[in-house]
Design a protein around this ligand. Structure first.
Ligand code: SAM
Length: 210
């Protein structure tokens, strides 16, 4: 319940970076971590846009000793909330993998140690097209060859938003659509529909080419 309250309070204050009306469901958290759950060896994982930690909690059930999780979240209130969960909640404080928190924009994550998996909850539909392009390029830069990027986007939001928007906003959304479509055409391996989420979402699994 505290989770929901914290999420809504911060969504009202920062909708342009939170970009959601509710935390993700357990079903979405399971789908977005599906490729990670199949891992066969120790992995370096980056979670981007952790919010109140719904997806983080699922990631922690998969990772074990030898794995490394970096958590990136731009909103300091969510970072404080996550820190508290790591101090107080068994599912977090008993994590057996190494965990580091990065309270920053994802584009500030160091590039020197590439990741095997990136699990991203960023609200691309709330960003400018060039920001989306920069972040997706950055994901490929900080990912190992054959590494996976799993992310979600809400079903049908872009066309509905574009239909009801004035020209400048319509142009922005169409720009985001173009960038995301190109990324999907070049990198997506498969996607799932997650109906048990508010709103329902696509979870997309993309792989960096060798
Ligand atoms: C749609 S919410 C998802 C929260 C949570 N993972 C979930 O699924 O319920 C997006 C999150 O991304 C964070 N965020 C937005 N822009 C970011 C950026 N450039 N770098 C890191 N985190 C960012 C927001 O603060 C927010 O917590």
């Amino acid at each position: 319940m505290l989770n929901l309250y914290t999420f809504w309070r911060n969504t009202v204050k920062n909708f342009s970076v939170t970009g959601a009306i509710a935390p993700s469901s357990h079903s979405l958290a399971e789908h977005i971590t599906a490729m990670l759950a199949l891992k066969k060896k120790p992995a370096r994982v980056l979670e981007v846009g952790a919010g109140t930690g719904v997806v983080t909690e699922e990631i922690l059930t998969i990772l074990g000793p030898g794995d490394h999780l970096d958590i990136c979240e731009i909103n300091p209130h969510f970072i404080n909330f996550l820190r508290k969960r790591f101090q107080e909640e068994d599912a977090f404080k008993n994590a057996s993998c190494h965990v580091d928190l990065f309270p920053c924009d994802v584009q500030k994550i160091p590039v020197d140690k590439p990741y095997d998996y990136i699990v991203s909850s960023l609200p691309f539909n709330a960003f400018e097209p060039n920001t989306v392009q920069k972040i997706l390029d950055y994901y490929l830069q900080i990912l190992k060859p054959s590494g996976w990027i799993s992310y979600f986007e809400y079903i049908g939001i872009r066309p509905v938003k574009a239909f009801f928007s004035r020209s400048q906003e319509k142009e922005r959304i169409q720009g985001v659509e173009k960038v995301v479509k190109q990324f999907i055409n070049q990198n997506e391996i498969f996607h799932d529909h997650v109906w048990l989420n508010l709103p329902p979402a696509y979870v997309r699994h993309c792989q960096k080419k060798d």
